[in-house]
Every structure is written in structure tokens, then in C-alpha cells.
Design a protein around this ligand. Structure first.
Ligand SMILES: Cc1cc2nc3c(=O)[nH]c(=O)nc-3n(C[C@H](O)[C@H](O)[C@H](O)COP(=O)(O)OP(=O)(O)OC[C@H]3O[C@@H](n4cnc5c(N)ncnc54)[C@H](O)[C@@H]3O)c2cc1C
Length: 484
């Protein structure tokens, strides 16, 4: 079907959804095109979920500028979007005396970049903050925070929709053609006719750019593997703990990150891989991760591990090419009106809102964007049952008895919350869409208890037959036939 819009945004990650949110303030017809059955299924949902302060980025770089801006506004942004946010602070630890100069370099870089809240602390102060962590000294960053990246992106997307933006899932862009000053963007069964295209396709941004005639970009995928630890582990530390970064490591080093939901992460590794979908968790790397994590926190035990996941960085620097590649945000050289966002690796989550505003400013140079009446930036989410006091829980159950039925015992998630997740405005319906919204299948049993209950709800309440239910995507069904 042919559809008209003013702007097509390609990619439903943190960056594409932030752009949709920012642009939804203006009198524009916006179509966001995402190839997956939900938004936030790329790097935006597979990272450390840390709101970085900006001292790790090269002074004068776009990364440094946008990370510092993002850090400063993130708390307010999360309040506006009703998304969880916790300012935990972070320690970057010098394991021994030889690491101390790196701490000084980080402090200096942070000061140049305009980061606030950085202090060098000795062993005694470090032990006061984190009694169980190893190390000779540390850089303490009080402005570092943790978020739930899924809820941040979902709420951006849903707030954009509440202001009129349209989101098309299962819509992989396969061609971009230009004729008579307009672009035809082919995505799934639709062709979007528009005058502006924003390429926020993450790992595939080089391919999308090439469709519009820009063949000069290349993305080198770099895999980062993680372990997820049981909530018990979060009693060991109160905030993210990183080692000092090593030159040429291709990431910030294997760190311990407390999550906003009370688990702990170990990771990520950094390893170039040959294709963008290589999400494997490898025994070799997982052993190395655990060893490096134990150097930071000797008390860690393997029986705390309950899961694993992998994220892939969209690097512009090839293997052996050094560590640093800046964000590239520029208008196409060959296709006017197309804006390419290339190499949006860490700290892209932190910087997503300043990136979106920058794109908006670039559009405004070409044409005046008229603000529309009634833009509503504030988004309000459904209640989270487990975070309420007893009285509020009882009130909810009285209003809607589905809040009285626990579907996930590990995380205390109710049937009403699962139904709310399934009735999301984007229309996402997979088991992962439910998991990413309400945390089903993320507890100690990893879905052993709640999965059959969610399948019942999908079948009985949403009318989806079991053999049509999928985990993440088309073709990964948990059921493949009847046994009787
Ligand atoms: C291991 C790891 C750890 C990280 N840790 C942090 C951190 O702690 N803090 C931080 O700030 N940043 C972190 N980052 C970086 C951050 O996750 C990314 O910079 C950010 O999520 C990038 O967002 P994005 O929207 O550009 O990309 P993505 O989230 O990857 O979104 C791109 C979207 O485009 C879609 N797409 C691709 N091709 C097409 C097509 N042809 N048609 C339609 N849609 C398409 C994809 O499906 C995807 O949904 C980390 C990244 C990794 C990998």
C-alpha cells in the first residue's frame, strides 16, 4: 500500500524513538519503520543500561558533548516519560598502583568534557562506599545513573504515538528510491512517500545509507556478552563498578552493573564478529567474564548466574583500527533530505535525546517546523503492582480483579499487567514483548512458571492459537505441533 508522510524514520531503537518523540511536537506526519515485531529489540535493549557521565569520551568529540548533555537531562526526561531512573553513582576502580595514572586521565577528560560530580577517592573511601570491592583507589562519578532501557524506549515510542506519530512494526526497509524530489521507502507491504528520511537503523545504518546512495560508510559489529545474576547478588554492591579502561579494549571493560530491577550484570566482552546477528553466548568468553568480574568482586559465585544475553556495538572503527570512532550525524552527500546516523555505539542510550534534538535542528535549517497545538510531552504508564503499598494494591484489585492473580511468582507480576503489556499501543504481541514490558520470564525460574500462564492468556484472552505464538520473532515459535 502507498502511504504519504512528511518524514520516515528508519529504526525503532532509543535513537529512532527519541527522534519520533521530539518531532511529534511539530505539525508533521511521521512514520517510524521498524523491521522487528517490537521496538527496542536492537542494541537499545541489549546494553548495560547505564546513563554515563561522559568522562570516557574523547574531549571535543560529539560523543562527549551529547553524552554530558544527555546525562544532565536524563532524570527529568524519565520523570516526564514515567520511566524508572536511579542515580546510583559509579566507581571506576584502579586494581593496583599501576592503574592510578589512568584514573587521573579520566578525571582530566571528564573535567574537559564538562562532567560534574567526579572525585578521585582512596582505598578507605572506596571501602566505605563498596566494602566488598577490590582496588587501590577509584574515580567516583556521582552523576552516573541506571535505567530500564526497555521502558525508556517504549515510553518514548508511546508518547510519540500519543502525539500522532505512526509506528509500523514488521516493516523492514528494503529499498529507497528518489523521484521528483520525493523518496519512496519500501518497507514490508508498504511504500512510504516522503520528502525526508532519517536513518537510525543502528547496526544496519550503513546498508540503509547505501540504499540512498551513500556507500562510504561501513559498520563493524562488535559483540558484547553478559551474565545476569540473581537478585541476591545485588546485596554485594550498591552501584556499577568498572575497571579502569584498557587501551584498545573496544569497550569500557568488563564491569559489574546493578540493574534498576535489582539484578546484577557482569559484562560486556568486546569482540569483533563477522555479522550483525551473531548474538552467541560463548563458553570461552563467559569464563573470561567471570574471571574478570571476580577481580573486582572476589565474593562472586557462579551459582548466582541466572541468565545471559548479548548486545552488538555498531562500530565505525575496523578491527585493529584503534578504539575511537565518533558518532556521525550528517545529511546525505548524495540524497538531500536524508539524514544518516552512523556509529551510534555507547553512549548512544545516554545521548539519545540530545541526538534527536540535533537531528531536529538539522531539519529546521532546511524548513521551518511549525509547532502543533496540544502537544503532550508527558506520558503516564500503567501501575506496577509490586512497587505499590498494600492499600494501593488492594484498591487496584477491587477495581480490576486481574490484579489479584499472580502470573509470575519470581517477580510478583499480575495477570492485569500481562494484559496491559499485550494491549500496548504499538500492537506488539510476542512473549518477548510481554517480558520486556513487565519482566515476566526474568526471575530465578526464567519462565518455568509464568510461560504456560502467558500462553493461556494469549490463547484464551487474545485469541492467538498456541502454534502462532512466538518468542521474539517470526519463526521462533515455542510450540510446533499437537501431541494429541
Ligand atoms: C554491549 C553494549 C553495551 C552498551 N552499554 C551502554 C550503556 O550502558 N549506556 C549507553 O548510553 N549506551 C550503551 N550502549 C550503546 C547503546 O545501546 C546504543 O548506542 C543505542 O542503543 C543505539 O540506539 P539506536 O537506536 O541507534 O540503535 P538500535 O537500538 O540498534 O536500533 C536500531 C533499530 O533499527 C532497526 N533496523 C535496522 N535495519 C532496519 C531496516 N532495514 N528496516 C527497518 N528497521 C531497521 C533495528 O531492528 C533496530 O531496532 C551499549 C551498547 C552495547 C552493544
Amino acid at each position: 500500500m502507498r502511504r504519504d508522510c512528511d518524514i520516515a524514520i528508519i529504526g525503532g531503537g532509543a535513537v529512532g524513538c527519541a527522534i519520533a518523540y521530539v518531532l511529534s511536537r511539530y505539525d508533521l506526519k511521521i512514520a517510524l519503520l521498524e523491521r522487528n515485531p517490537d521496538v527496542c529489540m536492537g542494541a537499545s535493549g541489549k546494553n548495560s543500561a547505564v546513563v554515563h557521565a561522559g568522562f570516557n569520551n574523547r574531549a571535543g568529540s560529539l560523543m562527549a558533548e551529547l553524552c554530558v548533555k544527555g546525562n544532565m537531562e536524563f532524570e527529568n526526561l524519565c520523570q516526564t516519560l514515567d520511566a524508572p531512573y536511579k542515580k546510583t553513582g559509579k566507581l571506576v576502580v584502579a586494581l593496583d598502583e599501576s592503574d592510578l595514572p589512568i584514573i587521573d586521565d579520566l578525571l582530566e577528560a571528564g573535567q574537559k568534557n564538562g562532567c560534574e560530580g567526579l572525585t578521585k577517592i582512596g582505598r578507605a573511601e572506596m571501602t566505605e562506599l563498596e566494602p566488598l570491592a577490590s582496588g587501590a583507589a577509584a574515580l567516583y562519578s556521582s552523576n552516573t545513573a541506571i535505567i530500564n532501557p526497555f521502558l525508556y524506549v517504549f515510553h518514548l515510542a508511546e508518547a510519540a504515538m500519543q502525539n500522532g506519530a505512526e509506528i509500523y512494526l514488521n516493516s523492514e526497509v528494503t529499498a529507497i528510491e528518489r523521484s521528483g524530489g520525493k523518496y519512496s521507502v519500501c518497507a514490508g507491504d508498504n511504500v512510504f512517500s516522503c520528502s525526508r528520511v532519517i536513518n537510525a537503523a543502528g547496526l544496519y545504518a550503513d546498508k540503509i545509507a547505501a540504499m540512498a546512495g551513500d556507500t562510504q560508510y561501513r559498520i563493524y559489529p562488535s559483540r558484547g556478552e553478559y551474565f545476569i545474576l540473581d537478585k541476591q547478588a545485588s546485596e554485594l554492591v550498591a552501584r556499577p563498578i568498572y575497571p579502569v579502561p584498557r587501551k584498545g579494549a573496544g569497550g569500557l571493560g568488563v564491569h559489574l552493573t546493578t540493574t534498576i530491577d535489582g539484578n546484577m550484570l557482569i559484562g560486556p566482552s568486546a569482540e569483533y564478529v563477522s555479522h550483525c546477528e551473531d548474538y552467541a553466548s560463548t563458553q570461552r568468553m563467559m569464563d573470561k567474564l567471570f574471571e574478570e568480574a571476580q577481580a573486582l568482586l572476589p565474593q562472586l559465585e557462579r551459582n548466582l548466574i541466572i541468565g545471559a544475553y548479548t548486545g552488538i556495538r555498531a562500530k565505525t572503527v575496523p578491527p585493529g583500527g584503534g578504539n575511537f570512532g565518533d558518532f556521525i550525524i550528517e545529511e546525505s552527500h548524495s540524497a538531500p533530505g536524508v539524514i544518516n546516523l552512523i556509529g551510534i555505539e555507547s553512549p548512544g542510550l545516554t545521548a539519545s535525546m540530545p541526538i534527536a534534538r540535533r537531528v531536529c535542528e538539522m531539519l529546521q535549517v532546511r524548513c521551518r517546523l511549525a509547532e502543533k497545538a496540544g502537544w503532550e510531552p508527558v506520558y503516564r504508564a500503567n501501575p506496577v503492582f509490586r512497587s505499590l503499598d498494600m492499600e494501593s494494591q488492594n484498591n487496584l484489585i477491587r477495581e480490576n480483579p486481574d490484579y489479584g492473580e499472580i502470573i509470575c511468582r519470581c517477580e510478583n507480576i499480575t495477570k492485569a499487567e500481562v494484559l496491559n503489556a499485550l494491549n500496548n499501543p504499538l500492537g506488539a504481541r510476542t512473549l518477548t514483548a510481554v517480558k520486556n514490558r513487565v519482566r515476566t520470564m526474568t526471575g530465578r525460574c526464567q519462565g518455568g512458571y509464568c510461560l504456560p500462564h502467558i500462553v493461556d492468556i494469549l490463547t484464551n484472552e487474545m485469541g492467538i492459537p498456541p502454534n502462532e505464538i512466538t518468542f521474539r520473532n517470526i519463526g521462533d515459535a515455542p510450540f510446533f505441533g499437537r501431541c494429541k
